[in-house]
Design a protein around this ligand. Structure first.
Ligand code: HEM
Length: 256
């Protein structure tokens, strides 16, 4: 146990080196990669509302297993959200090792970063700050997805965003998550040498340009989707709680 704590902190009391920090670092990268790729998919999925309520409804049912089950099961979404929540907590726990613990350490880091004028050091600080905020806002959202997977759909999501005021939480979370995920993926490519190829300087420049492009693209996509949910929620406020009925079920009287 003491080996684990010493490894987590990266120091052994007897002054010898431990392999644990390298192992934990690798797991921080692996969990970060899973979350980063998940977020890219997630941003496209939630943006299906830009294609209309029918598209978002069909996609929701797809995630509930409509392709292979006779009756869609929201519990499948809950299972996926539980897995992502666990990866999210492990990732945050591993990242916390590198946070400055004392105000003095934080001041030193800030001065160091300002002296270096090194954009990648500043990006690390952006990641630490956005990660800290995401831990609270992301946990509230994830718990909702674990506990109420049946409350997802064109009207259910829009009601949550407008009438239940989750729109404010999402507006903040989008900025944090887009920055954190894209900076994180950029840092992963640099750290493990992916796509840097023979010319590291050029590779860094190109990867950084892709990172800024992705930040812009996913911010536009996510805020457009949020505005669409908000406007649907606003017109649906008088019928709060009523679920969307797809055109195909209008005649048979089914609902979601
Ligand atoms: C399997 C896990 C997840 C599921 C099932 C899920 C599902 C959803 C759904 C259905 C929405 C639409 C709004 C709503 O119904 O409340 C949404 C929005 C959002 N989610 Fe997730 N989510 C998951 C994980 C995450 C994670 C890990 C993050 C980041 C920490 C995140 C960040 C966001 C953000 C920022 C929005 C607003 C996006 C927008 O309006 O375009 N989600 N999510």
């Amino acid at each position: 146990m003491s080996d684990l704590i010493e490894g987590y902190l990266g120091k052994r009391v007897d002054g010898t080196k431990s392999r644990m920090p390298a192992l934990l670092d690798r797991w921080q990268s692996i969990t970060g990669l899973i979350l980063g790729l998940f977020i890219i998919g997630h941003m496209f999925f939630t943006s299906s509302i830009l294609l209309g309520k029918e598209a978002m409804y069909a996609e929701t049912k797809l995630f509930e297993g409509s392709l292979f089950l006779s009756e869609p099961q929201p519990a499948l979404v809950s299972l996926a959200a539980t897995f992502i929540f666990i990866v999210f907590i492990v990732h945050a726990g591993l990242a916390m090792r590198k946070f400055p613990y004392k105000y003095r350490e934080y001041k030193m880091l800030k001065t160091h970063s300002a002296h270096l004028g090194h954009i990648d050091t500043t990006l690390w600080m952006v990641q630490a700050a956005t990660g800290f905020g995401m831990f609270f806002l992301g946990s509230a959202h994830l718990w909702m997805m674990v506990a109420e997977p049946d409350r997802i759909g064109p009207y259910a999501s829009a009601d949550r965003i407008y009438s239940d005021h989750f729109g404010i939480l999402y507006a903040l979370l989008i900025a944090l998550v887009v920055l954190h995920a894209m900076v994180g993926l950029y840092r992963l490519t640099m750290k493990w040498g992916f796509t840097v190829m023979s010319n590291p300087r050029e590779g860094r420049k190109r990867n950084k340009a892709i990172m800024w492009g992705a930040i812009l693209f996913f911010s536009l996509l996510a805020y457009s989707a949020l505005a669409t949910y908000w406007s649907i929620g606003k017109s649906h406020a008088k019928d709060y709680g009523e679920r969307y009925v797809p055109q195909s079920q209008m005649m048979s009287g089914g609902e979601s």
